[in-house]
Design a protein around this ligand. Structure first.
Ligand SMILES: [Cu+2]
Length: 185
């Protein structure tokens, strides 16, 4: 038997095994509640220093304490040790095809949840790691409609449906160390 035939048979039996497993887990009524998963977006922007630079209400953080000032955020990024308080949770999400994903910004400032082929820098060069270039998907910032569409404001949620099978990388185009992966099976 040649290798291709063997691989085809192997793939066939794996598919069968998976199908059997899936059937065994199915609900008896053939009615499935819509599958959904949530990703939380976090930051610790300091309202006083952020809003002094970016305008009133840019940072609307209501958390008590734990704030990072505007200057500190840039200093940490430039030092190659970006603030871990700016984060997507979880770091990796595994979902079944057809699952809808909601991304909720529970931080104090806007972010983007932008799919990229390869992780890299965002469009605010002062927040990029030393030597890191802006990834093409984030280029030109919010004047790029594709980037603008991925923006999430404080307290709001975006919904992502129909993610195809495979591994998807998402990052924030403003704070590019905010990164996570969604694996769709
Ligand atoms: Cu961000």
């Amino acid at each position: 038997m040649n290798t291709i035939v063997k691989l085809a048979l192997l793939a066939g039996s794996l598919t069968f095994a998976f199908a059997t497993l899936t059937l065994a887990q199915e609900h008896p009524q053939h009615q499935h509640p819509p599958q959904s998963a949530q990703i939380v977006v976090l930051d610790e922007c300091d309202p006083t220093t952020f809003n002094a630079v970016l305008g009133p209400d840019f940072c609307k953080n209501v958390a008590l304490g734990g704030f990072t000032t505007f200057d500190d955020l840039f200093a940490k990024a430039a030092a190659g040790t970006p603030d871990p308080g700016w984060d997507f949770e979880p770091d990796k999400l595994k979902i079944k095809e057809g699952t809808s994903v909601s991304v909720v910004d529970q931080g104090g400032e806007p972010h983007t949840f932008t799919e990229v082929a390869k992780f890299g820098g965002g469009f605010v060069t002062g927040l990029n790691a030393p030597g890191e270039d802006t990834v093409p998907e984030c280029a030109t910032g919010f004047s790029n409609l594709a980037v603008a569409k991925t923006r999430i404001l404080q307290g709001s949620t975006i919904q992502i449906n129909n993610l195809p099978k495979g591994n998807h990388r998402f990052q924030c185009c403003i704070h590019p160390w905010m990164r996570m992966q969604v694996e769709v099976k």
